[in-house]
Design a protein around this ligand. Structure first.
Ligand SMILES: Cc1ncc(COP(=O)(O)O)c(C=O)c1O
Length: 412
């Protein structure tokens, strides 16, 4: 199948609409992607044909819905190359996946004298749960700094690992602000060299939607994804784990569906992954997520990556050539994904965002839930344009027009 963003766009209903008579130019997929029709159809199929609860009904439609819910688990496992379907726990989003690990693994196993290593480019979702746990449990939080080229400083990481006290590593596969694709395999290897028992978590929120991910090859203990950034529905994400890690963990949320037996005196937990899926799960969303995996694989993850790599180069080059624009992020497209943060001299990012809205262009402005990184960059906020499979060079001119208009209005 040839890769043509203009044709792909036709499958995304929201991209068909206009804003004030202008084509909607969606450059905010790092916040949340658009949803293609097959995903909407899969969710409608559940609501129209199979509406029932799962994992408990003895009648036909519930059994079929349960089968489809479990099939979605298997599909996601295959999509990210997970070592085992039983290692896939559905959550509300990647934030919940990370909190599950923070509460059920890290808080129970790390204490004074231990250290947990994160990086200076984490989203709050992969920062605050560890910070909070460190405060409560008395372990040390260490942070890998960032180089002037907006990449992880691996020499500094090696030094931070050297004393062998790092028992847990949590790192973003791709930065939501800088677009940097982190060498997580190298970092994991380095952490294991320093401490063979280190446990590792990769936040794949900005990776799984954009290039082929092979969790088994990464050999991390935990990998987190979130459906709404990968053409799937809101309200579903997943923790993808080595099954033996999940076996070690008590539940995080308790209630229905996650038990084997309950009496007044004793409760026995269900086996993973059900141990971690208390109550009624996101059923329609699992149908949608399965369809999203099918959709992305049909388009081709390699092709999506190639397209985004080329497009990001075009966008970054054009932005850097624009007077007054500073881009924050690696220049080498091999090391970056399609999230492009930038500043425009004399224009507050929020004014820029509002101006661009008038051009039908949707970008994200603010701290991007990465305040430690904003502090390193020495800014309160940036503007961020982020690319996905349905963007192409047609989306560049409206962005540049809006920037020029903002500069002539504000930067005088
Ligand atoms: C790198 C990264 N991690 C985590 C998250 C949190 O995702 P969610 O809100 O779906 O939990 C985001 C969202 O922007 C992200 O970009």
């Amino acid at each position: 199948m040839s890769f043509d963003p203009a044709t792909l766009r036709k499958e995304f209903p929201t991209l068909q609409r206009e804003v004030d008579g202008r084509r909607l130019v969606y450059l905010d997929s790092a916040a949340s992607s658009q949803t293609p029709q097959p995903v909407l159809d899969a969710m409608a199929e559940y609501y129209e044909q199979l509406r029932s609860n799962v994992e408990r009904g003895v009648y036909r439609i519930s059994e079929v819905a349960t089968g489809r819910y479990e099939q979605a688990r298997e599909r996601l496992a295959r999509f990210v190359g997970a070592p085992a379907t039983d290692g896939v726990v559905f959550t509300k989003n990647v934030t919940e996946a990370i909190n599950l690990v923070a509460y059920s693994w890290v808080r129970r196993r790390l204490g004074p004298g231990d250290a947990l290593l994160i990086t200076g480019m984490e989203h709050h979702a992969n920062f605050v749960p560890w910070w909070h746990a460190a405060q409560d449990q008395g372990f040390e939080l260490r942070v890998v700094p960032i180089t002037d080229g907006y990449e992880l400083d691996l020499d500094a990481a090696r030094a931070l690992l050297a004393d062998g006290r790092v028992r847990f590593l949590a790192v973003a596969h791709v930065s939501n602000v800088l677009g940097t694709i982190n060498p997580v395999d190298a970092l994991i290897a380095m952490a294991r060299e320093a401490n063979p028992d280190v446990v590792t978590l990769v936040d794949g929120a900005q990776a799984a939607p954009h290039f082929p991910v092979d969790v088994a090859a990464l050999d991390c203990d935990f990998y987190g994804v979130t459906g709404h950034k990968m053409c799937g529905p809101t309200g579903i994400g997943a923790l993808i784990a080595k099954p033996e890690r999940l076996e070690e963990m008590p539940p995080f949320l308790t209630g229905g569906s996650m038990i084997l037996d309950v009496s007044v005196d004793e409760v026995t937990w269900n086996h993973p992954p059900h141990r971690f899926e208390a109550a009624t799960p996101p059923i329609a969303e699992a149908f949608g997520l399965e369809a999203a995996c099918d959709y992305l694989d049909a388009v081709g993850m390699e092709q999506i990556r190639t397209h985004e790599r080329d497009l990001v180069t075009t966008f970054v080059d054009a932005l850097r050539a624009t007077e007054g624009v500073t881009v924050y992020g690696p220049l080498d497209a091999e090391h970056r994904s399609g999230a492009i943060s930038f500043a425009v001299d004399g224009v507050h990012p929020h004014d820029l965002g509002a101006m661009l809205d008038g051009y039908g262009v949707c970008i994200r402005v603010g701290h991007h839930c990465a305040k430690p990184l904003m502090r390193t960059l020495g800014v309160n906020a940036t503007a961020r344009a982020s690319l996905y499979l349905y963007n192409d060079t047609d989306d560049l001119a409206p962005l540049l027009d809006g920037i020029a208009a903002a500069r002539s209005l504000f930067a005088r």
